[in-house]
Design a protein. Sequence first.
Length: 137
Amino acid sequence: MNTIDMSVPPGRAALVVGWTLSGLLIAFLIFDAAIKLVPLQVVIDTSRELGLPVDITSARILGGLTLICTVLYAIPRTSILGAILLTGYLGGAMAIHFRIGNPLFSHLLFGLYLGLFAWGGLFFRYPWLRRLIPLKV
């Protein structure tokens, strides 16, 4: 049975790229969670436009979910679980934007861009993940 050696450290450049991508994503998602937890008026207005419930409790639930997934992603031991949960969360956001006909590149695919940051950050940080998902050029 083949096993994956998770003890091989990444190169310095890969580590910097990985943590930069992850750090940018974490910073953005913490900001996003914070404005939903408060919630700011822009959150209520956007929820209305997206056809989501416009009450404060719903905004706070979404903010809490975002924060929980982000914290799981930020902790190295739970980063894969966090990335999986964020992928589902972002996929749901993409479906909502698709449903109401928002523009493709600026709105609909924004969740995909964030997902690429999430998985790209892990891809560069973890050599064992690069072996699981090899990119052939």
